[in-house]
Structures are given as C-alpha cells and as structure tokens.
Design a protein around this ligand. Structure first.
Ligand SMILES: Cc1cc2nc3c(=O)[nH]c(=O)nc-3n(C[C@H](O)[C@H](O)[C@H](O)COP(=O)(O)O)c2cc1C
Length: 274
C-alpha cells in the first residue's frame, strides 16, 4: 500500500486526483479541499499512481510506490501521430539476426520498458526468464524438437495443425525454425492459477517486442517454444520455470540482419458497430 501525502501548499484542490482514481477511494477534505482517502480506501489502493501522475502541481507524493523511479512526462519526448502510426505499422517480426550477442544491460533496458505494460488491477504479475548464448539456444531448440517428435509419434492433432513434421525435418537439416538462431529468447511468465496472468504476459511481451523495435533490436514471437514450455516438463525445466508457472509470451531477440523498407498490407479491420 502506498503512503499518500499531500503538499497542501502546492495542492489547488481541483479534485483531478479524486476523479482519475480508478478505485474511487479519494475524496476532497471538507475543510481545505485537499484530497484524502475515504474510510478504508488505503487498504484497497492498487498503487497505480494515477493520482500522483495526473496532478499538474506535483502536490502528491506516494511514498512506498517506488517513488525514486517516477519520471516527469515531457510531451516533447512523445512521438507525433504520424510517427506513432509508422512505428506500430512498421514493426516486423525479425527472424534473421546478426551473429552478435545481446548484452544483459540491453535486455534489462528493454525489460525496464516492458514492465510498464498494463496489468489487471495493476497487479504486475509478470516475471521474465532469459535464455542466452548459442549453446543454450541450441539446447532449447533441441528440446522443443524432441517434444514435437513425441507429439508426431502420438499423432497429436496439434502436431498436424502446426506442421511439426516440417519443422523437425528442417531442424535435422541444420535449419533452426524454432528459435531462428536468435542470440536470446525471453519468456514472460506468471503464476498459472492467476486468471490475469495470460493477458498480462501477452501484453508485456508485446511491449518488449515494440521496445526492441524502437531501440534498434529485432524480435519475433517464439510460439512453438511458448507452447512447449507450457506442455513439456523438460522444456519448462530447461528454461528454469516451475510447474506452477505459465508462459504467456516468448520472444526471440537479437540485432536484425536486415532493415525493412516498406510496410506490407494487412486485412482491413473487421468491426461490428452497434
Ligand atoms: C502468438 C504468436 C506466435 C508466433 N510464433 C512464431 C514462431 O514460432 N516463429 C515465427 O517465425 N514467427 C512467429 N510469429 C510471428 C508471426 O508469424 C508474425 O507476427 C506474422 O507473420 C505477421 O508478421 P509481422 O509480425 O512482421 O507483422 C508468431 C506471432 C504470434 C502473435
């Protein structure tokens, strides 16, 4: 729980913090019109920081909310609408990487951005596992292929639907269609029983993919690896996850070999208007 402190000299009593609070647990004090928790409000505060972040007068301090890492939002540092559109439409799945490792510092920088992804009730339930280095990536691919071979032998419908046979054949020819020889694979995971975890992981991994593009890296969802982590004990163990974990987004990461110069067409948005 955050400790909510008001600087009464700075507060203008505009009630903005009361309005933006998603939990509706703030009210303006009758006497001086400064905000305070309603009775029991502090206990259900989700520490989202909207009260603090929306105050133009810097009148709110949230001690205990990792306040060292709060940042002033400077509109001059935001992309303009055209840049937003080009950035989001211009991101591509990168499957060819330079033969160059990604440093731990760089990965930490990207995950530092990805942790700002939204999560239900601001629970921030996402953890990360990182597999790096050629040998480890090769071993991960081998274990995924072994898992695929087992499913092919069992005549699993998934093996047929996801064309595992082709992937295994390529692997045997020395081609890696599983991790695409990426120097690094990053897994967003959380507690299996938490109903918020699947979406939170997927959104966080998406943030990671976008952050990678924005910072000059390349990323691609590693869908086969993700399914294997959730299905094969051996793969899950290899990436260091316990049986209580659920992987909700696995991403290859590296330096792109090529840059893209056009944006391919996509289907028109299908919309139901009511
Ligand atoms: C859940 C998911 C799993 C994916 N798994 C893989 C994968 O295992 N291997 C791969 O090469 N691409 C994978 N992709 C990337 C898609 O093929 C790619 O997003 C799609 O072809 C569109 O291309 P774009 O991302 O460049 O727009 C995956 C994408 C998603 C969303």
């Amino acid at each position: 729980m955050a400790e909510f402190k008001i600087d009464k000299k700075l507060c203008k009593g505009d009630g903005r913090c009361v309005e933006v609070c998603p939990m509706q647990i703030l009210k303006l004090n009758e006497k001086d019109k400064t905000p305070e928790f309603i009775l029991g409000g502090a206990e259900i505060c989700i520490n989202c920081g909207h009260c603090f972040a929306s105050c133009p007068f810097n009148a709110i301090k949230l001690a205990g909310l990792n306040s060292d890492s709060t940042v002033k939002l400077d509109p001059a540092n935001l992309p303009n609408p055209k840049q937003v559109e080009m950035f989001l439409k211009g991101r591509r799945s990168i499957r060819l990487y330079q033969d160059k490792p990604v440093s731990k510092d760089s990965i930490e920088k990207l995950l530092d951005i990805a942790r700002y992804a939204p999560s239900g009730i601001n629970r921030q339930p996402v953890n990360w596992a990182v597999v790096m280095g050629k040998e480890n990536i090769y071993q991960l691919g081998s274990l995924v292929v072994k898992w695929m071979e087992n499913l092919i032998a069992e005549k699993s419908p998934m093996a047929e639907a996801l064309r595992f046979e082709r992937l295994v054949l390529s692997w045997k020819k020395g081609e890696d269609l599983i991790c695409r020889n990426a120097p690094c694979v990053v897994i967003a995971y959380g507690i299996k029983d938490d109903p918020m975890v699947p979406q939170a992981c997927t959104i966080s991994a998406t943030y990671l993919e976008l952050a990678a593009f924005g910072l000059g890296f390349g990323a691609c969802w590693a869908g086969y690896v993700n399914i294997a982590i959730n299905t094969s004990l051996e793969v899950r163990k290899f990436v260091g996850l316990s049986s209580r974990a659920y992987a909700g987004g696995t991403m290859m990461l590296g330096y792109p070999k090529y840059e893209y110069s056009s944006i391919p067409a996509r289907n028109p948005a299908k919309i139901i208007w009511k």
